[in-house]
Write a protein that binds this ligand. Structure first.
Ligand SMILES: [Zn+2]
Length: 256
């Protein structure tokens, strides 16, 4: 699957190695987890390709042009899921598996919201100030994108229900915990994007951007946010938040 992703141009060379290692680890924990990870990866790659030229035209001033996912991006989106699913199988504690699914739901919700929102969401607004922001701005949200994000989290929650098959537990069902983790994680992603994420300034165009070299070919400078808080760091933190929320919601569950 990783080689197919590489050949299709969805993964960089190191990205396909990262995906290979992650996929192998996840399949070690059980085939159902591997199928879920592959479904996530295929859906994400297809969504990224969908209307690529239109998305690129809408966000070129704001975001670097990138078709392939690199190792850092693969790890930021799937690393927490992989680690927790493995831990869940090793310890037999279903709460860790639920936490891992919460991380995956957060990653899926963020990707769907971004890709669908960029294509069809119209003009985004900042999640905090409510002011209109340019398409592609981190922390900007649209109604259509947010709806797509909730749908993605719901799909992972459905998978959680099918894989974990809860039986008469008194606590919140895994599906509910995963849905909550997915939505909470992607909201956290947008809030971090609007606050701490590094933003740069192009003096030539007098505009905000995340590009180091702007479309006008001028070098941009770091202006606000934390220097190290890149989009990948935000994604990683969002999956951690999704995992924590799902874990806390499902804590009253007894270990399997
Ligand atoms: Zn410029």
């Amino acid at each position: 699957m990783a080689i197919t992703g590489r050949r299709a141009g969805s993964l960089s060379s190191r990205g396909h190695w990262a995906a290979f290692v992650m996929g192998t680890l996840v399949v070690t924990a059980g085939w159902e987890w591997g199928v879920l990870l592959i479904a996530y990866f295929v859906a994400t790659s297809m969504l990224t390709r969908l209307g690529h030229a239109r998305k690129e035209a809408r966000t070129a001033s704001m975001l670097p042009v990138q078709r392939e996912r690199n190792a850092l991006q693969v790890g930021a989106n799937g690393g927490v899921f992989t680690a927790l699913i493995l831990l869940g199988e090793i310890t037999g504690d279903a709460r860790l598996s639920v936490a891992g699914l919460g991380a995956l739901a957060a990653a899926a919700a963020d990707t769907w919201a971004t890709e669908i929102g960029t294509l069809w969401g119209g003009s985004p607004r900042s999640i905090l100030s409510g002011r209109a922001v340019p398409v592609g701005t981190s922390g900007g949200i649209t109604a259509i994108g947010s709806t797509a994000g909730v749908l993605a989290a719901a799909l992972v929650a459905l998978a959680a229900h099918l894989i974990l098959r809860p039986e008469g537990q008194g606590a919140a069902s895994p599906a509910f915990a995963v849905l909550l983790g997915g939505i909470g994680g992607s909201v956290g992603d947008s809030v971090l994007g609007a606050t701490l994420q590094s933003k740069r300034w192009c003096e030539q165009c007098r505009t905000w951007t995340e590009r180091r070299v702007h479309t006008c070919e001028y070098r941009t400078r770091h202006a606000v946010g934390l220097r190290w808080m890149t989009n990948d760091a935000v994604n990683l933190l969002a999956t951690v938040l999704g995992a924590v929320l799902a874990f806390l919601t499902t804590v009253p569950l007894a270990p399997r």
